[in-house]
Design a protein around this ligand. Sequence first.
Ligand code: F3S
Length: 62
Amino acid sequence: MRAVVSQDTCIGCGLCPSIAPDVFEMKDDGKAHVIANPVPKDSEDAAKEAADSCPVNAIAVE
Ligand code: F3S
């Protein structure tokens, strides 16, 4: 599985790194970035949950 954060869409709410800290990290630009691609197997459920939870649907997992 790979994860992508749309930098144009992310509003920096901070939810995804709190749900999946091994996959997402807030950077100095105030946006979430993917720090693990491909997503580690044991983080896939958390990555999916983060994608479902993002208030602006900025995260794609495939
Ligand atoms: Fe941004 Fe959505 Fe994460 S707004 S910080 S990608 S939960």
